[in-house]
Design a protein around this ligand. Structure first.
Ligand code: OAK
Length: 829
């Protein structure tokens, strides 16, 4: 600033004593002030939760300062910005992550201890922000952390669900779902922006008008809902940059149902107003397949429309010519869920900005990129035309027009190959006519990214083969990554300190490739000793948690073997449980003297099943039934335990991953698009037992197949195996363990019948039977390696050392350079 503005700014800074200070005394003052004035408790008497609230508000104040500086700087520099559109963000807790990224973790701990509180205890008071289901949603959160850290001018946009992912409660071994009202005790990490709100329209009809002698379409909507912004500052690590995650909440519009008020139907008018809020009330808990639900479609359009109004408003503040839009805006579609953004941008540019179809289309083709996160056909979204026609009539017309032009262009290229034309059409004909959102996205985006190399190969050779042949240059991949800030520094402080000590620097927290420096010490006895100590402390913490959750006492000498992820048939938790039954059966049938050779195991399984996914729910019940039998068998004792960790979420993962010796990633090859859990375990020095699927294939390249336990059919073998049907070879042990379940050895035989049917009688789609023998071999190899603790520890160190490639920092840099065309924009002070 200069002149008058500068003087004013200086006066303000003087009045406020500059920026907030981060020494422990200043922090204590801030915390006490927030206890008294924000939390409204006496500063002379407050409990852990109130202390957590006051601390969070003190941290939030610091985030806001940086957020302002960053936004002002972005505005001044006006770089090309990335807008990341995602219907789901699985953020977890914010306190620890924020203080680490702000570099004030130790100061906060000091400040609190002088007030008689412990930082760790307060951090545990925070609930998870679970605005997402699984892989895709947690990936979005990791990517936001990396975008901020790497100083990219990025914004995230999503929905502020009032109820996040359901809480899983286990009663008698069965999953029950309870609502997650995560906002009950307030949320200090968001800033409500009552003045940032947009009207979002639905329903109605389309009319034609003549404007300046030209025909144009006008959408006359039937319902209006207000979208109100809630900003969530996302701080980068080692930088002042703090980017924004803007989530929209639905509120009744001022205009809403004025008619009813005027006609005196006051009660109905109020009820209708409340109906508006349902749009952002609840996250759909199925992580794939929700075809044909009106509310889901409303959610998608609601957040897309509000975000685009916001983005276009920001653009228009600085520019008056839409031709520069592609130089200033990159729009990333996180899967197809936000793909209504495509017809929405067309609608705004054609109907409201009157750019004409061709100019608008040219812009659309330059600004959108799309990442797909699945290979499963049920993951490909379809919207029934009837539904779209009633909810968004103008958008349907635009999609038809896009498709018409595309089909005409395609005919010129491939001729009248009607099969191929109909496969590639955005509109699926049939008893129910659908819009294929993936086809729409591929046609309109300049880049289509997969999330691992093998995923991209499958997209090109199978799922989107026709499109790949047409536009090979559109197809890319960026292997997923996770942030080492949350998955090592926050969740495993012991390991983090040890890594820094041996590398002689903390620079790996920003530059994760430095972890390779650990390789040279992998066999060093001192490092090995310290490494084992850190891991033991983490195992103790996990053992305490297991006992508190399930009442099962576990031995720290046992191998902690973990499989935590959403429950899906393709992820094969059933394979794991069947092998645990086999292990139990072997121990029971062993000579007592041979039992001394058995490597003790604690098998830990956790994950949620979609509420309507019956087979997945039966897998959870089977896990409990088997656990009941094994854990109460005194004959087996500490040789084998099985525990199901209820209500698996981000903070549970932060506790479990650092304490795991072995983790399982055992999807049928060709079904896990990438998998990011494996990367978190790898960073924490946990060994992997895995199939060659998704990102595991690339992990093997980094750490070598002799540092993990691989098994199972390869991607290219799966189809041929499936075709064998009932002739498929399965080992006798497999038939034996399935029979035990069928015959009611673990009770509930009627209940488990349909579960057994999914893997027997020629219908073993996910190939549990044919992979069983090699799975048992891999398990045996893991046992053998565990006995040699020196070898195991070396493998563990080499796993962490080889994990650098799986940082989301690398992924974001690749996207920035190859897909979005954005540059860092670092706030200078
Ligand atoms: C969710 C909804 C629809 C489609 C896919 C998903 C999803 O979560 N996919 C998962 O995304 C992760 C992040 O890319 C991948 O690591 C997982 O393999 C994939 O299943």
């Amino acid at each position: 600033y200069s002149g008058e503005r500068k003087a004013k700014a200086e006066r303000i800074l003087g009045l406020m004593d500059g920026f907030l200070k981060n020494d422990p005394v200043s922090l204590q003052k801030d915390i006490l002030e927030h206890v008294e004035y924000t939390v409204a408790r006496s500063r002379f008497s407050f409990d852990d939760f109130e202390a957590y609230q006051a601390l969070s508000h003190s941290v939030r104040d610091r985030l806001i300062e940086r957020w302002h500086d960053t936004q002002v700087y972005f505005k001044r520099k006006d770089p090309k910005r990335l807008y990341f559109l995602s219907l789901e963000f699985l953020m977890g807790r914010s306190l620890s992550n924020s203080v680490i990224n702000l570099g004030i973790r130790d100061q906060c701990a000091d400040a609190l201890s002088q007030l008689g509180f412990e930082f760790e205890v307060l951090a545990e008071q925070e609930g998870d922000a679970a605005l997402g289901n699984g892989g895709l949603a947690r990936l979005s959160a990791c990517q936001m952390d990396s975008l901020a850290t790497l100083d990219y001018p990025a914004w995230g946009y999503g929905l502020r669900y009032q109820y996040g992912l359901f809480r899983q409660v286990i009663l008698d071994g069965f999953q029950h779902e309870q609502p997650d009202y995560w906002l009950n005790f307030g949320n200090p990490w968001e800033i409500e922006r009552v003045h940032v709100s947009y009207a979002v329209k639905f329903y109605g009809n389309v009319e034609e008008e003549i404007l300046n002698g030209e025909k144009c379409k006008v959408w006359i909507p039937g319902e209006t809902v207000e979208a109100v912004a809630y900003d969530n500052p996302i701080p980068g690590y080692g930088t002042r940059n703090t980017v924004n995650l803007r989530l929209w909440a639905a509120k009744p519009s001022g205009q809403h149902d004025m008619e009813s008020y005027n006609t005196g139907d006051y009660i109905n008018a109020v009820v209708n107003r409340q109906r508006a809020e349902t749009i952002s009330s609840v996250l759909y808990p199925d992580d794939r397949s929700h075809q044909g639900k009106e509310l889901r479609l409303k959610q998608q359009y609601f957040f897309v429309s509000a975000s685009l109004q916001d983005i276009i408003r920001r653009f228009k503040e600085a520019h008056d010519n839409f031709d520069v839009f592609p130089e200033k805006v990159a729009l990333q579609l996180n899967d197809t869920h936000p793909s209504l953004a495509i017809p929405e941008v067309m609608r705004v540019l054609v109907d409201e900005e009157h750019l004409g179809w061709n100019r608008a289309w040219d812009i659309v083709c330059k600004i959108f990129s799309f990442t797909t996160h699945t290979v499963l056909p049920e993951g490909l979204e379809k919207i029934p035309v009837d539904l779209l026609e009633s909810l968004l009539p103008r958008h349907l017309q635009i999609i038809y027009d896009i498709n018409f032009n595309f089909m005409e262009e395609l005919k010129k290229k491939i001729g009248l190959d009607y099969d191929r034309l109909s496969r590639m059409s955005i509109v699926e004909e049939g008893a129910v006519k659908n819009i294929r959102m993936a086809n729409l996205s591929i046609v309109c985006c300049h880049t289509v990214d997969g999330v691992s190399r093998v995923h991209s190969e499958l997209l090109k050779s199978r799922v989107f083969k026709d499109f790949y042949e047409l536009w090979p240059q559109k197809f890319q991949y960026k292997t997923n990554g996770v942030t080492q800030r949350r998955w090592i520094v926050v969740s495993n402080p012991g390991l983090s300190a040890l890594i820094s000590k041996w590398l002689g620097t903390e620079a790996w927290i920003r530059d994760v490739d430095l972890l390779t420096g650990l390789r040279e010490y992998a066999a060093d006895a001192d490092l090995q000793q310290e490494w084992k100590m850190v891991r033991k402390v983490n195992k103790m913490r996990l053992a305490e948690y297991i006992e508190a959750m399930s009442g099962v006492k576990v031995s720290l000498d046992a191998m902690f073997d973990v499989q935590i992820k959403r429950i899906h048939e393709y992820k094969r938790q059933l394979l794991n449980i069947l092998s645990i039954i086999h292990r139990y059966d072997c121990i029971k049938n062993m000579e007592k003297s041979d039992r001394r050779k058995v490597v003790p195991r604690v098998c830990i399984i956790g994950g949620k099943a979609a509420p309507g996914y019956e087979i997945a729910k039966k897998i959870i019940k089977l896990c409990h039934a088997v656990a009941e039998k094994i854990n109460n068998d005194t004959d087996v004792g500490d040789l084998l335990k099985l525990v199901f960790i209820p209500d698996y979420n981000v903070s549970v993962a932060e506790l479990v991953i650092p304490g795991a010796d072995l983790s399982q990633h055992i999807s049928t090859a060709g079904h896990e698009a990438s998998g990011t859990g494996s990367m978190k375990f790898l960073m924490n020095g946990c060994l992997l037992l895995a199939t060659a699927d998704g990102s595991t294939i690339e992990i093997i390249e980094e750490i070598g197949s002799d540092n993990m336990f691989l098994f199972g059919a390869k991607v290219h073998e799966v189809q041929a195996l499936r075709e064998k049907g009932p002739a498929l070879k399965t080992p006798l042990q497999f038939a034996r363990v399935v029979k035990m379940v069928r015959d009611g050895y673990f009770g509930f035989e009627d209940h488990f019948k349909s579960l057994c049917d999914t893997v027997e009688g020629g219908s073993d789609f996910y190939l549990l039977g044919s992979d069983f023998a090699s799975y048992l071999e891999a398990q045996a190899a893991a046992d053998k390696a565990f006995v040699d603790q020196e070898k195991w520890t070396r493998m563990s160190i080499l796993s962490t050392a080889g994990s650098g490639r799986f940082s989301s920092d690398r992924t974001m840099e690749e996207y920035a350079k190859k897909t979005w065309g954005i540059e860092p924009c670092k706030c200078p002070f």
